[in-house]
Design a binder for this molecule. Sequence first.
Ligand SMILES: NC(=O)c1ccc[n+]([C@@H]2O[C@H](COP(=O)([O-])OP(=O)(O)OC[C@H]3O[C@@H](n4cnc5c(N)ncnc54)[C@H](O)[C@@H]3O)[C@@H](O)[C@H]2O)c1
Length: 468
Amino acid sequence: MKQIPKQSSSRREFLKRTGRLAATSALAGVAIPHVHAGEDNTIRLALIGAGGRGTGAALNALSVPNGPTKLVAMADVFSERMMSSCKILVQRIAQGLMPGKGGKLSDLLDVPQDRQFLGFDGYRKAMDLLSPGDIVILTTPPAFRWVHFGYAIEKGLNVFMEKPVTVDGPSTRRMLALGQKSVAKNLKVGVGLMCRHCRARGELYDRIKGGGIGDVIALRAYRVAGPTGSAVSGPKPEGISELLYQIKRFHSFLWASGGCYSDFLIHNIDESCWMKDAWPVRAKASGGRHYRGDSIDQNFDNYSVEYTFADGAKLFLEGRSIPRCWNEFASYAQGSKGSAVISTSGHIPALCRIYKGQNQTDEDPVWSFPQPEPNPYQLEWDDLIEAIRKDQPFNEVKRGAEASLVTSMGRMAAHTGQIVTWNDILNHDHEFAPGLDQLTLNSEAPLQLGPDGKYPIPQPGITTTREY
Ligand SMILES: NC(=O)c1ccc[n+]([C@@H]2O[C@H](COP(=O)([O-])OP(=O)(O)OC[C@H]3O[C@@H](n4cnc5c(N)ncnc54)[C@H](O)[C@@H]3O)[C@@H](O)[C@H]2O)c1
């Protein structure tokens, strides 16, 4: 357990006064200085997967108000990603965008070149530099989550890992077992379903539990927008291996991410199931590919899913990646005595509200969460660090794995055209990418092009027992 030092508030005041100048001068170069840890209560961090979210998560970790944290090692498979992450970290700290900290650069970042590890085994080298009680941040594509989490458990490290945490039945079973191991070791593990830490959604959950909208009969969730992230991909260009291409375009490949369905829809699925306080037991769905151009990724362009809960209540989910259609990124609950807005437009602000009727008109709001709302991406870190400092139970693996499984359940229902139950997906034997713990730069990609030069795609009604 790492206690907050008695002198931390005056230290913070000092750093507030001196920090910005020191950080600004560090901007002269992107190289991150190497200094020795000044305080043994500092929670040290290693970042595995220095991409967009990894860099953001590291900044959140360095911005916590509850005691010193410092990034000491990084790992990635692309040197350009490592470099751009380092650059952004330095710039953001220099700009003073770290609300909880005033710290000077070297108090927050201590990642000299010999602690920036490239390659598929970089995660081990980075974690080897940490001690029990420190935190490793796992923000690669989800396929690697169980590999990296397994090693973190071996090393006795606390973990923050991004969603989804699994992509299929076998990886979910493995993750659930690893989760139990991590609980037995009293490790604190956060999973990046940050909306669970949103105070607005938290109060809405309490109100719904208290009967605020009566029985929850139906939930509706929408994430319909144009193509997002790397979900739409054309043929592999020259100059990059098949393996690295699939990793770089991970939203396009089911083995790497669970596809656009898992990566993008999981938040709406999770927040809706949270309000129902249950996971659905089965799913039926449809979806298809429409305007593909030369895109040969494995995704459908739209998904329409009906999840059913044990009491018969439904969650209706719409996902679409087609430009120039109506866009919506929101979730709703309909109850026997009213209705609620779970999220309004993306993750933040949620603008949670309860209405007397089902129409949700401005005339009949019963309650709305006061604005402004704190940022859940920061809150999930504040909560994790608090639990580590106070040695309180904090382990989100089971919930994160179950949310990932429910997501895979709906995706498989759409991809096969069959009704898929919780047990079907949990016990399914199709592991999209076995042996990822043995991967090297020379390994074959988990997915191979067919004779037609295209990747295998789901074919509902034709390929019915597995997704491809
Ligand atoms: N909670 C959220 O709202 C949220 C938002 C964005 C992303 N995410 C999640 O974060 C994860 C990363 O997404 P991203 O948008 O940052 O993608 P990204 O491509 O920007 O970052 C992933 C990084 O991991 C690196 N990487 C890939 N395989 C690796 C390996 N085996 N070892 C080390 N490094 C490896 C890549 O080179 C890349 O730099 C995904 O699981 C995604 O779903 C969550």
